[in-house]
Design a protein around this ligand. Sequence first.
Ligand code: ZN
Length: 316
Amino acid sequence: MFCRSINEDEKQQILNILPFKVGKLPVRYLGVPLMDKKISIKDCKSLVEKLSKSLMTGKTKVYLMLGEMVVDHVRFKSGNGKKISAWYDRWNENHALAKSIRKREVHLAGFNDQSKLCDVIDANRWKWSAEWFENHSFLKDVPVPTLTDELDCLIWVTNQGKMVNFKTSQVWKDVKRMGVKVYWEKLVWFSQCISRHAFILWLAIKEKLITQDKLIKWYPQKTVSCQLCKKEPYSHGHLFFQCHYAADIWMRVKNRARIRSNASNWKEIIKDMNDYKNHNHIWNILGKLCLAATVYFVWQEKNCRLFNNEIRDKNV
Ligand SMILES: [Zn+2]
């Protein structure tokens, strides 16, 4: 309990009722000092830094990126122009006007921040001055929308530039195409693949499995050597298949499955195995299945040893 501006008697009375000890200010909460005087910008600096860092990491970045992707596809279709912001909404082929026209110009021209599309059009002509046309040449190419009695609405612009009604299926179609196509897609995902094997292979190719080299960054004091060979901290490169335990399994699988790759480096192995991706020959499918199964088995074995203390013989 922290007290301020009360006398000793009052403090004692409160302490007799409440089961708390008296604390002394300042204490730090979320990195910011709690004190009995006005907090300064300097005192908040560490909190602001922490928040900025966390806001720009991981999922937030993905959401921001997705947001930008979606915003690029959304346009306003004018009806009566009463709901569309003249400055901030995107109602023409170009960007929102606020990106080019400054607030000061808006106010000097007699408009305001809340002006709607209908406020800047009069009898099918723009209300803005000749000076605006001179300063912002793109305005000459912005056609005056024909205002009607209909309500304004949002529409979706497809990747082909076609304006369509908003449908989640169309959004997915347009947004998913923006991803980069990877060369190994068919090596991982194919009709005969075993999904749990394919999933681990996918993570391994993207080097997204939680391996020791990543954990060291978070816990530099904790070094655990590879559970399979007990020799060095494990990374993707080590597990697939520099580690002699894993390399031995991969070698045996390669021989049985007639896999011709001699690469020992994980990225090189993926490149070699990628030659198998487009052929439906039984040995090609078998090769792909064997790669995924080996990666899955090695990863599972490492986890069994680490978390359950269970050791399986590699000959199994
Ligand atoms: Zn190892």
